[in-house]
Ligand binder design. Structure first.
Ligand SMILES: CC(C)(COP(=O)(O)OP(=O)(O)OC[C@H]1O[C@@H](n2cnc3c(N)ncnc32)[C@H](O)[C@@H]1OP(=O)(O)O)[C@@H](O)C(=O)NCCC(=O)NCCS
Length: 172
């Protein structure tokens, strides 16, 4: 008589599939939901995100984890400086943070907007995650990031911390 030693089967592991694409109007509601859940962003109306997904899809990007919207970047090229990609908002759902998704979105966006030479964004001094993100992005591209004042507290009609302008260039 033979005896078999039974060992538990190893649990099946699969890493999530992360994909990037420009948003469509059908994604506008998800952009608004992700921005609202982030809680640190100035959330705009759902209408604004629908409009953005319609008119600024080329300069925006959506990240999907296993087919579900998990993060986005909204941006535009400045009318007076079309080679400048202004990043308006970046957000990643809480459960997917710390995996490099925001960094990858920025790189994918720069690939998408292949004529952009400069990236700009504004950040308040208390947003250490955002400052770390853009600093790391510039470092990974081997380029320079600078900071200057843009919108002071006195420019805002309500109480609002100053927004500093961060400029990253050359992008490539
Ligand atoms: C900022 C935010 C988009 C980062 O998303 P993320 O996918 O977790 O970021 P990544 O994993 O790509 O990290 C990118 C870099 O930023 C750093 N970073 C991210 N979150 C950080 C935090 N809370 N504190 C310090 N550094 C942080 C990472 O360490 C990483 O640098 P490293 O490669 O040197 O480690 C996310 O925290 C978020 O959605 N925050 C709320 C919305 C917001 O404030 N957006 C920015 C203003 S528009």
């Amino acid at each position: 008589m033979t005896s078999a030693i039974l060992t538990p089967a190893a649990p099946a592991t699969s890493s999530p599939t992360i994909a990037f694409r420009p948003p469509s109007v059908a994604d506008g509601g998800d952009l608004w939901r992700i921005a609202s859940d982030a809680r640190t962003l100035d959330v705009n109306s759902s209408y604004a995100y629908l409009l953005w997904a319609r008119d600024y899809a080329r300069t925006s990007i959506l990240a999907e984890v296993d087919g579900q919207p998990a993060g986005f970047v909204t941006g535009y090229t400045r009318p007076s400086a079309p080679q400048t990609l202004m990043v308006w908002q970046v957000a990643v759902d809480d459960g997917h943070r710390g995996r490099g998704i925001a960094l990858r979105m920025l790189h994918e966006l720069v690939d998408q907007v292949d004529d952009a030479a400069t990236m700009e964004t504004t950040i308040t001094d208390d947003n250490t995650a955002s400052i770390a993100l853009f600093t790391r992005f510039a470092q990974q591209r081997g380029t320079i990031i600078t900071r200057e004042d843009l919108f002071g507290a006195e420019h805002f009609p309500e109480e609002h911390a100053p927004e500093r302008l961060y400029r990253i260039r050359p992008l490539r």
